[in-house]
Ligand binder design. Structure first.
Ligand code: HEM
Ligand code: NAG
Ligand code: NAG
Ligand code: NAG
Ligand code: NAG
Length: 322
């Protein structure tokens, strides 16, 4: 009995010691706001729901904002910062300029969540992660538990955005290297690219593909050219897949038919037996495994280099540092 008790005491000691030695500052958790503001997550979802019913595309735009946040020095809300005298922010970086959207919705969410919490406790970086999850879920995708506790950056860098965000002209190996540089693997690349199951792209991002790529369905290319001439019409948009308001696996089915809209999309499937091809084929046939793997990869992407503990801050206004 005494031996058992001292054994338990030792176990407790070891557990406590191990926990206190852990770099708790790098740890996110799903219950981060449970005590300080249990109303936070429902308040965010309410605004996302309203915004999507007003404009379905906004769900896609919110999902993309989280991706563009996480890929530039981690998920730290840097993408939301306006330019200041001290730095040029990420909004004018090539992949973002005239392209990323949804900032007004983020402002609306921040106001609503601060009101629901009676104080500013929820970071803009966490708002991006939750709004992305809610958008996916509302549009018919998986509803997963978001990890929380990110804090907001006090700076942003246009050069880092240009260096880190993958452009649509990238080849398969460039896309894979880019994802690997962010701690993500081939499977993450395939499932996360399927975020293009929702939303639109501008002519300027797919013109080279529809005029010059050879691994493209001719009828599909012809129909895309109609609204995307060789010169002019840069801002004309086209759905990234044929069910653009529905988070489903039609994106993968389109790749099998050489109907990927972006060059980078079709790079994932070339029908020559690669591991990438095999994953595309699998997800085109199995929407459940796509949903499950998408949720897991989103959580993984959301864990890229967060600021935690006393690092960074909780911004009062998502567009400016405090
Ligand atoms: C694999 C590399 C990727 C490339 C090269 C890429 C490129 C692009 C491009 C060029 C557009 C159209 C932008 C415009 O018209 O201005 C776009 C849209 C979009 N991207 Fe990606 N993307 C990639 C990965 C991702 C990932 C990982 C996500 C999210 C998890 C994502 C989510 C979206 C969404 C939702 C849209 C539509 C946005 C809207 O309609 O407002 N993309 N992407
Ligand atoms: C720029 O940085 C300096 C020094 O950190 C600070 O005092 C100043 O308020 C900053 N300016 C802006 C516009 O953020
Ligand atoms: C495209 O739209 C942006 C605003 O989003 C505008 O500044 C730009 O001039 C437009 N480009 C063309 C070619 O119409
Ligand atoms: C297609 O390729 C040709 C030859 O490289 C190039 O001159 C042309 O600008 C390209 N067209 C588009 C729309 O990118
Ligand atoms: C598949 O095709 C692409 C382009 O057509 C080529 O770059 C790649 O090496 C091929 N892979 C295999 C395994 O044949």
């Amino acid at each position: 009995m005494a031996a058992l008790r001292s054994f338990l005491v030792i176990i407790c000691f070891v557990v406590v010691a191990a926990t206190s030695m852990m770099p708790t500052s790098a740890q996110l958790s799903s219950g981060f706001y449970n005590k300080v503001c249990p109303q936070a997550l429902p308040a965010i979802r309410k605004v996302v729901k309203r915004a999507i019913s007003h404009e379905p595309r906004i769900g896609a735009s919110l999902l993309r904002l989280h991706f563009h946040d996480c890929f530039v020095n981690g998920c730290d809300g840097s993408v939301l910062l306006d330019d200041t005298a001290n730095f040029t922010g990420e909004k004018t970086a090539f992949p973002n300029l005239n392209s990323i959207r949804g900032f007004n919705v983020i402002d609306d969410i921040k106001k609503a969540v601060d009101k629901a919490c009676y104080k500013s406790v929820v970071s803009c970086a966490d708002i991006l992660a939750v709004a992305a999850r809610d958008s996916v879920s509302i549009l018919g995708g998986p509803d997963y538990e978001v990890q929380l506790g990110r804090r907001d950056a006090r700076t942003a860098s246009v050069n880092d955005a240009n260096r880190n965000l993958p452009p649509p002209v990238f080849s398969f190996s460039q896309l894979l290297s880019n994802f690997q540089a962010h701690g993500l693997n081939l499977k993450d690349l395939i499932v996360l690219s399927a975020a293009h199951t929702i939303g639109l792209a501008r002519c300027t991002t797919f013109r080279a593909r529809i005029y010059n790529d050879t691994n493209i369905d001719p009828k599909f290319a012809a129909s895309a050219k109609y609204n995307c001439p060789t010169t002019g019409g840069d801002n004309n948009t086209r759905p990234l897949d044929s069910t653009t308001r529905r988070f489903d696996n039609v994106y993968f089915k389109a790749l099998l038919q050489q109907k990927g809209l972006l060059h980078s999309d079709q790079e994932l499937y070339k029908n020559n037996g690669t591991d990438s091809d095999k994953l595309v084929l699998k997800y085109s046939r199995n929407s459940e495994s796509f949903a499950k793997d998408f949720a897991n990869s989103m959580i993984k992407m959301g864990n890229i280099k967060p600021l935690t503990g006393n690092n960074g801050e909780v911004r009062l206004n998502c567009r400016k540092i405090n």
